[in-house]
Write a protein that binds this ligand. Structure first.
Ligand code: ZN
Ligand code: ZN
Length: 428
């Protein structure tokens, strides 16, 4: 293949520069929370309409999918998150693209435009689906609970809903990219590859005791706050048993701990995320905490009810795909400008996909300020919108034109059944 094909596609990606900068600006200026990405969906559909490309919209509320290429051959999925975050500015929290998801959307639109206009996919077996996926950030949970009750969504994340609906069943592998924060140790880094994303479980532990007058008959009370604080102490001790490579992070808050000091506290609530780099560690640590909380409650004659909401699974990066990504990064920069294996405590719903099929997510630089902060700013448009698209386009062309790079998913059906039953906790 195809250095030639790559050159053709890259020239379209670059020619589209001004248009894509504008679309990127428009998306950035229209931040919407997860499952509320109506305007974002309209911008995507409007762009595809102008190109004359057909698509499917209202996927998992506001998601959009379009497929290019031909036949039933190898099928590459490329995802872009659509949602923004509530971000603090002058004490007020407003939707803001502080995680850079607007960039991912613009990168995919640039890719679609270049593949469509260059018609290179017509010369290759296989196809590419571009999946604009809503609600990646695990936030706004109260609102999502309401949407769930109304039957608008089934799960809190866009990709989880799409997996459930079978949208990824026919996809062989998934590619994705995400902005990386400026790295003090590597100020010249342009990309990161093979970084981790933690998995997480959101845990609520409700301690119930017996109220009693704290002055007259405290000995007849059963103190739920003490059960919660004993549990916190147990957790601190348990942390000695978390292996460093597990990347465990557990920092609870006390949401309820009594209202009136003249009553022995009969109701206390702890809430925490549990994060770890591998599913097995995540599940093990979660079990350790459940035991500790329950037995600490029992020790003081109280009860502890545990409500776990599974968040996202850890990202399991495909080595084979990352080798192709890496070669394509080298078309943009040199080896020293690519950082490898960054250990991150962040999470993403790409982790769930990576449990089911080969998937990757690489990072690109080009912003200033901290990710998830109000100081987030896009400073290198050429890099975020054009270079990132060049890496993805090159990877897609390499894989579609070389069968040895077309890795297959293994045991997908069994994995999906397991995932639905034990992670999303629904019947398949
Ligand atoms: Zn984020
Ligand atoms: Zn993000």
């Amino acid at each position: 293949m195809g250095v030639n094909m790559k050159q053709v596609v890259n020239s379209y990606l670059k020619k589209n520069r001004e248009t894509i900068y504008q679309v990127g600006d428009e998306l950035f200026k229209n931040p919407e929370l997860g499952f509320k990405e109506e305007k974002t969906g309209q911008i995507i559909c409007g762009y595809l309409d102008r190109l004359g490309i057909s698509y499917k919209k209202h996927v998992s509320v506001h998601g959009v999918i379009c497929t290019l290429g031909n036949g039933n051959g190898y099928h590459i999925g490329v995802t872009a998150d659509m949602d923004a975050l509530l971000t603090g500015r002058d004490g007020v929290k407003m939707p803001f693209h502080s995680c850079g998801h607007s960039i991912q959307v613009a990168v995919l639109l640039n890719l679609i435009s270049a593949f469509h206009k260059s018609r290179v996919l017509e010369q290759l077996p296989g196809r590419v689906s571009f999946l604009f996926t809503p609600a990646e950030e695990f936030i706004d949970i109260e609102e999502r609970k309401r949407m769930k009750e109304k039957g608008i969504i089934k799960f809190y994340s866009g990709k989880q809903n799409m997996i459930y609906e079978g949208i990824f069943d026919e996809v062989d592998i998934v590619l994705s990219c995400h902005v990386m924060g400026p790295d003090e140790a590597n100020p010249n880094a342009r990309f990161d590859i093979n970084s981790t994303l933690s998995g997480f479980i959101l845990k609520e532990a409700v301690f119930k005791g017996q109220a009693a007058h704290a002055g007259v008959i405290p000995h007849l009370g059963k103190n739920a706050l003490q059960a919660a604080t004993l549990s916190l102490t147990a957790l601190q001790m348990l942390k000695d048993t978390f292996a460093p490579e597990a990347g465990a992070r557990v920092y609870p808050i006390l949401k309820e701990g009594g209202r009136t000091p003249n009553i022995i506290c009969d109701y206390a609530v702890l809430e925490t995320y549990i994060r770890a780099n591998k599913e097995k560690d995540l599940i093990k640590i979660n079990g350790q905490l459940n035991d500790a909380f329950r037995y600490c409650a029992l020790a003081l004659g109280t009860t502890c009810e545990i409500n776990d909401s599974n968040g996202y699974l850890p990202l399991n990066q495909s080595k084979e795909i990352n080798e192709v990504i890496y070669r394509n990064m080298l078309a943009i920069c040199n080896e020293k400008e690519i950082i490898h294996n960054v250990v991150s405590g962040a999470s993403g719903d790409i982790g769930d996909l990576s449990f089911l099929m080969p998937a990757i997510q690489f990072g690109f630089s080009g912003i200033s300020g901290i990710v998830h902060s109000a100081q987030f700013e896009i400073i290198d448009k050429n890099h975020v919108y054009i270079n990132t698209a060049i890496v993805l386009a090159g990877t897609i062309l390499d894989i579609l034109s070389d069968e040895t790079l077309q890795i297959k998913k293994e045991n997908f059906k069994a994995k999906k059944e397991f995932y639905l039953k034990h992670w999303l906790k629904v019947e398949a």
